[in-house]
Design a binder for this molecule. Sequence first.
Ligand SMILES: [Fe+2]
Ligand SMILES: [Fe+2]
Length: 261
Amino acid sequence: MRVYAISDLHTDFRENRAALERAGLAGHRDDALIVAGDIADNESVVRETLTWLAGRFREVFFVPGNHELWVRGEDRDSMDKFHAVLRLCDQAGVRTTPARVGGVWVVPLFSWYDADFDVRGEGVADELEAWSDRYFCRWPAHVTRVDQAFLQMNEPHVRRYDAPVITFSHFVPRPELLPPTRYLRFKGLPLVAGSLGIESQIRRIQPRVHVFGHTHIPEDRVVDGVRYVQHYFRRPAADDTQSPLKLVWTDDAPPAEPLFC
Ligand SMILES: [Fe+2]
Ligand SMILES: [Fe+2]
């Protein structure tokens, strides 16, 4: 079994959808794919993209990102939409709960961000004026900490497994994985990037690999014995035939060694 990873497909951009279709992704009928959130806010686009992927892989795993939970001009709230997206995944044959694929478990972790993640205190709150989630997400009144509400849903799956594990989340699990704010174009990012609670759950599961997305900043390094990978979808040039996916696991050989930092 080979396990591939990608995040942030954003196929509501026509150019991204065309590039994904051009990539074809043939030859993966015996492989699994992790999609770490942010396909689109439009449910039809999410369904279409996941159905297309599910037809090409033996297993596809997905967690909603922030874009899936936008409720622009809708009556329902973002939590309603979250559950609607999970139902959609079910109908498309896409997994949102743990499953063993060959010799490895893949464990999806739902998440959201919280300002506590900005442990260096570098995030610039004024820059969040233009942060779309502020306007396009709406939470039920009883949800006071959105990140905790999602982490709570993971609890039944936070345990040790009987084989190596790959966990994945949309949001960033550790502050070390975010570059210092002086290198960021969007200085508000540390406030809306991740949640320390994801890392607490990772520590309890002890995976070999954790895949994440959201920041659109590539990453592949080992911290405290876990290989953290972000491989967001970068639209390839029309004549580029390289796969847009990243291989993160094979049963036959240990995963490619990333740089130790
Ligand atoms: Fe994204
Ligand atoms: Fe995101």
